[in-house]
Every structure is written in structure tokens, then in C-alpha cells.
Write a new protein. Sequence first.
Lengths: 528, 318
Amino acid sequence: MRNPIRKLTAIAAALALGWALSAGTLIGAFDVGPGGLAVPAGPWYNTAGNTWISKIWTPLVVQDATASGLAPALATEWSSNADFTEWTFNLRPGVTWHDGAPFTAADVKFTWEWVHAPGSQAAPETAPSPLVGQQAYADGAADAIEGLEIVDDLTVRFHTAEPSPRFPATLIKAYILPAHALTGVTAADIRTTDWWFTVAIGTGPFMHDEFVADQYWQLAANPDYWAGAPKLDTLINRYFADETAAILALESGEIHFTYVSGDVAVGLGERPDFELYSGPSGVTNYLIFNYRDPAFQDVRLRQAFLYAIDRQAIAEVILNGTAQVVPCITPFEAFWPETYNDYAYDPEMARSLLAEAGWDSSRELEIVTYYTSQFHRDAMAAMQQFLSEAGMRVSFLEDPSGYNSYFYTGQNWDVSYRGLGVNVQAFPYRFYEEEGWPEVVGEERTLMGQRFPELETLFAQARVEGDPDAYQALMQDICRVQNEQAIEGYMWTAVRFGVARADLVDFYWYPAPAGGPYDDRPELWDLP
Amino acid sequence: MFTFALRRVLTSIPVLLAVTILVFALVELAPGDVADYFINPEANTSPEALAEMRQAYGLDRPAPVRYAIWLGQVVRGDLGFSFVSGEPVARMVLRRFQNTATLMSVALAVSIVLGVTLGVFVAVRQYSIWDHALSALSFLAVSMPAFVTGILALYLFAVLLPIFPSGGIRSVGVDAGLWDRIHHLILPAAVLSLAQTATFMRYTRFSVLEVLRADYVRTARGKGLAERRVTMRHGLPNALIPVITVIGLSLPVLVVGAVFTETIFSWPGMGTLYLTAVGSRDVPLVMGLNLFIAVVVLAANLLTDLAYGLVDPRIRYE
């Protein structure tokens, strides 16, 4: 603050009102934005919010700092057999729970059997790849999960039901729970129990201190944390109903960090008192076509969409350079082929293709979406204009609450503008495979109403390919097919931003999908 | 009066029943359900998981069955659990109601006191500079949307001039006492009271002016009473009757809250809870909120009617 009057006012107000933050207290809006959870949740039933949850609980592995690989957590190393049906994890020695009890392999087995017990309310997003005997256990036909073996106190072995070359990547949200401290609480109560907000024993760098519903969650440093006692005394997550409120709190000095949308990041990032954190969202925004409409079975119509929309201009101008055009569903350049069709803006080509496809220019298409942010509204407005100029009339229907029902089970949609998180370790095969979405009925039991045999062949190979180079080559082939055939209308992948006070020491944040968890080293965070 | 009140309470029961049926039907008619809320559309969630979730929440049962189950629970005093947070609905509603009642009652009290006072003030100074100035300001206050006023107020008094906190009910990370909570209350209550103050001022002004032209007031002046006594003793009580009606109509906001203001000031109240509940199709929470609001609104209407009897001795209840 350069203005001395403003500075004096702030100091006087702070002193008069007892505002001075306790030494060693970092306050952030960790659940604002796409990776956060508006309503706090505990592990195993959270669909996002992992940046915060991982401060208390820890899985065996987490994503690395840029969410492009894995990093050790409660497991220090892992290996598999030749066909990827058996994975052995060596656990970290000397780890204790927040109440001092030792962490052992028994806790891992307990966690799996607790979460998969009959009647469990665990969320599907948190589920790792299934193990041998897991379904029988969940159905109550077995007393234990046959496929989870305790080798010794610090070694567990997972036997997967199918070959799983990327099994460890499915464990990043599998937070390990304390066998000794969850007596009396079952997984059937997972969503209703207060345990997550009152007892909350984990192995993370911070321990539960105080949870005030709707307002904040306060944690205290865990002095026995295996990576070293945190430098901070207290870490607080404040809940905001709106990003604007969080930004105002950041600017007023009440919090140290928040997620911000791209248009705000551009301004705040230029200020010397703030530091901007950014990274790819891992989400591809695209148009998905309903092939049940015969018109979309014509590749010329699909390609016309791509030629008609100046995606580069939208990314650079409308979205302030915070998006990157993509050639296929995966946003990772390592999985793009060396050469591909960039569908550079060419409205003449679009009109020509529409004419060849016999497109009826009087027809209006409805594009359904769940996006309501200004970022996407601006992009959609531009898309609508570009398509109109090429001879296609479209209207966008925003339905954030009813989208899933409308899109996944209904069949009368024309096009949808949506996003899809694509993990480096996992591909959304389901969207393109037969019976990938069993609720959809019809001749072609696929989400889009069409089968893609060439893709299915590549998927079958990729699923069981354990060699990283061969896997990358297969991913590139998949991208090539999607790009050449314009299976969908691939638009861009956005960059997401967080802003923190510039004087924080060793603070780190990355826009990992669903908030991670990722290796953000919170034990090193400190205040000036 | 007791008989009157009892009759009103008894006739409220079918009204409450009708409200709950209507709300339930509207929520059912809206597309989507709570499973849609949980499933992040950017994630790759299986349809089996969606079906499991719907079954877990009883959404695979017919709507009338679900309503009957909910009604049976309510009769036993159980409003159920929120689908989204898993917390008991009654606990959530009461917690948020406390926050809303605190904020809205302070805002309403300030509005009533300021509004009535200023209304009388400008009424007895009709067409003066005060009358014109305050009337202009009242139009401005009524015209500005709450979210604009709120953001402006926050930016001015929490960012540029950090006199007030930027939001929340209390400070975090420190021991927050009563003064801290009052400090957090001032700015949102002031923003909320702006439009209400203007409304009450306008109604009071109009009502007082009408009363001051009445024959009995002229008679009072003719008897030689001081103008102040004429206004306050003879004019104001009669002028307050329509103002009480307006205030009574404002009482429901004590429960309903103000979504924009609560959102901007991060004040966890009934307004934002209701918005979240509807957006996430959290049926138990929506039903619990509506039942609570309906009960309070009916009670507020009854209190308003009873207040007439206190103000106007001509009114008697059979």
C-alpha cells in the first residue's frame, strides 16, 4: 500500500478490531474455483476439493507438482508383475497418525474394506481400479477383499481384477483412513457422519483444529509429519459463496490466496504485491455431436464446425490468451501426433463443406451446456457468431443443474458444449465405446449413438500397454484418428489461475483437476 | 383475540400442506436431480455410479411415495438429511436462520427507525430542500440493485479504505468477540437497510401528509396545541397504520434473507442456502426450508394483524 493514509487506516483498524492475524497463520480460499468444493466434504465422497483434503489425509501416491506424473506419499515405491495384475507397494516407515498411533499396512487393508463394505456411500470418482474379490465383498458374499494382501507391516500387494498398467494413478484419491479411530462409523454413514469435521484423524501435514460450518476450517501444524514439521502454525480454509467475494478478501488483506478466473488473473498478476500461479486445466472444451442425427454422421458437417470457428482468435482475444487450441480430446501435447489438421479458420471451406453435405441453413441447432461463467459465455457468443457467418444457426442452452440428466440419458440433444478432464494416466474410453454408457438405449449403445471401430481397436491396445513409449504412441494414434475424422469439435484447453500474496515463502499451487491431490509441499509454506 | 389467533393457526395447517405439495411438485418437474450435482461433468463418471447414487438417495422411488415418506418424517419432527452435505436439515436451517435473522433484523430495525423518523421529518417540511434532497436520495437507494451497492460498499470500505472487513460473520484465525461480530455486521446491514429505509421513508411521508390534512388534526390545531404535539400525538399513530402494513410485508425477509448481499458479503444465510439447495436439487433441504419459511411467514402475518389491534383501538377481534 503506497498511500500512507490508507496504510495508517488499515493499521489502526487492525489494532482496534483485533484483526492482527496470529503469527504463522495462512488463510486461503482453497475451495473457490473448479477444483474446489463449495460444500466441505471428507475424503471418499468428495468429487473435488482435494487440495484441502490432502492437508489432513494422505493417499499412497499423489500427482507430482505439475499433475503430469506420480509422486510418492504414504508409499515410497511400487512395482508390478509382468501383466500388471499384481502391484506391490512399499509403505513409508515411521509415519504416525495425528493421535500418535503408527501407520501400517493394516490401515490400508482397513481402508479398502471399510470403503467397499456393503452399503458404502463412497463417491465413484474416488474409487481405484477394482481388485480381485472386491465385488463379492461389496455384495456381502465375502468377509474380506481377497485381492488385497498384507505382506508385512510396511508392504501391501494389490491383485487387480484386470490388467491395470496404470493402477497407481487410480489411487491418488484413495486416502488412507485410521483403522483404530473409525470404530462405530461405517461407510454407509460416510456422507452423514460428523467424524470428518470433528475427529478427522489423518497422516497429513496439518491436523484438524476447528470446523465452523459455512465459514472456515482451521488446521494446526502436525509436528510429527513425516516430511518435517510445517513452518506454519495454522492453516485456514475460508469458504466463499462467490469468487468476487474471495478476490475482495484477498485485496483487503484478509486472506493470502484464492483461485481467480482468467479475466481477473490478467489484472492481478501484473501487480507487484501478488504472485500469479497458473497451469493447464487438464480439461478440454469441445463440442460433442449426437450421431443419432444422420447429419452428424457426415464428416464434412463436423469438419465444417471446426473450419467455421476461429478457435485461435477466441483463445487469444476473447479468452485473453488463457486457452490453447487442441487437435483432439487430450490436452497434453505429448499425446498429439507430429502432424495433424489444425483446422485453421476458413469460413469459405466451412461453407463449401456444408454445401457438399447438403446442410439445411434454415435449421437451428441447440447446443446444450452447463457452463455459466463469463469465460465460457464470451466464447459461446463468439462461436455462435462465427457459425452464423458460415451458414449455421445455433443457440446455446445453459442448464447447469439438469445437464447430466439431459445429456447422459436423453437422446434428443443436437450438440453439447462441455469440458472433459483427461488425466495423463487415464483416457475417457467410455465416451467412445459400446456400452460405455449403458443407460443409453438404441442400436448403437454408445453415448454419441455411433461406434468408432478404429478407436476401439486402439483403446483395447492402450488399456493393457504398460510401456510408456508404446502407450504414448497409441495415444498419439488415437488423437490422429479423432483429429482426422473430427469425431468431435475440439476447441481448446484453458489455463487456470490462482493468486497469492507475493510475500509468501515457498507457497505453491497448481490447478490440478479436482484439486489434485498433488505434491505441493505445504510443510514448507511460510509467512514473511 | 385468542380465538382469532387460534382460528388463524388452525387454518394455516392446510396452507402449509398445500405449500409443501406445490414446492415438491415444482422441484420434481425441474430437470435433473442431486446425482447430477454430485457428478462433476468434467469428470468421467460411470452411469452405474449414477444409478447407485440415485438408489442410495431413494430417487428410484415414485415421487408420491417420496413425498409421503418426507411428510411422515416431518410429523415425527424429522426434516431429514441434506443430500449434498449429509447434515441434518433442521440443524442447517436453524444455523443459517440465526445468521439471517441477525443480519435482517438489524437491517430492518435500522430501516424502520431511520425510515419512519426521516419520513416524519420530511413530511412536516414538505417541499423544503430537505424534502427534495431526501426524496432524490431515496429514489437512488431504491433503484440501485443490492449487488451493485454491496460491491461498491465493499470496494470502498474494505479494500480502498480498510475500515470494515470484506465479509464473513467473524474474523478467522483470531479470538473473535462480540465487537468483532458487530464489526462484520455493520456493512452488510447498512447495504441491506438502504432500500428499506427509503421505502419506509416514502410511505411514512405520504401517510403523515395525508393524516395532517385530516379534520381532526385541524381541530387539534384549532384547540391551540403545539404543532409538535399535534404531529406526534394525534397524527403519527394514525399515520402508522399503513406503515405497519408495509413493515409487516417486510417481515418475511427476516427468514428469506437476501441472496445477493449474502453472497457478496460471504454471510452464510438462508438466501444462499436456498439457492444452493435448489441448484443442487437437494430435495430434503428445499422442503425443509420452504416449510420453515412458510411457518414464519404465516406467523408474521398473524403478528401483523394482531399489531393493528394494538395501534388502532377501533379494531376488535371476534
